[in-house]
Write a protein that binds this ligand. Structure first.
Ligand code: RIB
Ligand code: CA
Length: 313
């Protein structure tokens, strides 16, 4: 199967990030040029270690993992241990990684790769706060027109927020970085809470991962059983939303998703709505349509893809 996507995953693992990374590493259509860690769900020292743990769980210790920003551009770091646990990857007992971190800053790697690869061939897949992506764009403005596309998990509109009534976590943690990205002019696909809240890790779906009978299947079930408990309690649902794998699933099967081109702007002034993604879904403004915003998902097809691909690891 020919490689059809060369990607950089920017991530703050995080159990849902971990499943997204596993899906990418399990899919021959995707060449992961590198994984860049950012501070988010837990501090950077843990997100970079967790990224390496997941690469080793996938049996891909040759994957290049880089450490990036230790905090947002302007605001203090806000983390989410209450959701992901103290390690950021609570659930399975995963061994300390033996693969090394690459000795290059993530932002330098992103800039160097985009300047070296042919223009329009590399997709960025941010799964956490957008600090590394914004820093790369500020450090080297020439990279923006060279990026094929950004496919990110973040934001929310009719669904509201998950860390404040108005804002989703990834955007809330670094709203200034999100503003840089959404005004960069790079073709962007957004997986907001409006989509991810329709992709619930029900007991039946977690059982399907466990039934794989593999280290990856069992670890995935254990990660999701830990990860979902916070949102099950909050939303009263069977299972929690599986956010980040929607980004990778879109690359593999875009037909699983439905949305529309919209203008998206990010609140960076008001403390009340800080980090809110203001999505002009009904086109009531004349603002430029800078993003393809997804709203619907074939969630059965999504989980079938996940089980099928993770079963290959
Ligand atoms: O709001 C959900 C997002 O925040 C996901 O990417 C999750 O991993 C956290 O980073
Ligand atoms: Ca994440």
């Amino acid at each position: 199967m020919p490689t059809s996507h060369k990607i950089i995953i920017d991530t703050d693992p995080g159990q849902d990030d971990a499943v997204a990374i596993l899906l990418a590493l399990a899919s021959p259509e995707i060449e992961v040029l590198g994984i860049t860690a950012v501070a988010g769900n837990v501090p950077l020292a843990l997100t970079e270690k967790n990224a390496r743990k997941i690469c080793e769980l996938a049996g891909k210790p040759q994957t290049r993992v880089f450490a990036g920003a230790i905090r947002p551009l302007v605001r203090p770091l806000v983390t989410a241990e209450e959701v992901h646990g103290k390690t950021g990857l609570n659930g399975p007992e995963l061994p300390e990684p033996t693969m090394q971190l690459v000795d290059e800053h993530a932002v330098d790697f992103i800039v160097r790769t985009l300047m070296a690869e042919a223009p329009g061939t590399v997709t960025l897949c941010p799964l956490g706060p957008l600090t590394n992506i914004a820093l790369a764009m500020i450090r080297e403005p020439r990279i923006a027109p060279r990026i094929k596309r950004i496919v990110l998990m973040g934001g929310g509109f009719f669904e509201g927020g998950n860390v404040t009534p108005a804002a989703e976590f990834n955007i809330y943690v670094d709203p200034h970085a999100a503003d840089v990205v959404f005004t960069s002019g790079v073709p962007t696909v957004v997986m907001p809470l409006d989509v991810t809240h329709k992709a619930l890790t029900t007991a039946k779906r977690i059982a399907a991962f466990r039934a794989l009978g593999t280290r990856v299947g069992t670890a995935t079930a254990e990660m999701l059983e830990f990860f979902e408990r916070f949102d099950e309690g909050k939303y009263g649902t069977d299972g929690g939303p599986l956010h980040d794998p929607c980004v990778i699933a879109y690359l593999l099967k875009p037909e699983l998703f439905k949305g529309r081109e919209c203008n998206v702007m990010v609140e960076t002034a008001s403390e009340l709505t800080m980090g809110m993604t203001v999505v002009d879904w009904w086109g009531v403004t004349k603002r430029p349509k800078n993003a393809l915003v997804m709203r619907d998902i074939d969630h059965d097809g999504f989980f079938a893809l996940l089980v099928e691909r993770l079963g290959k690891l």
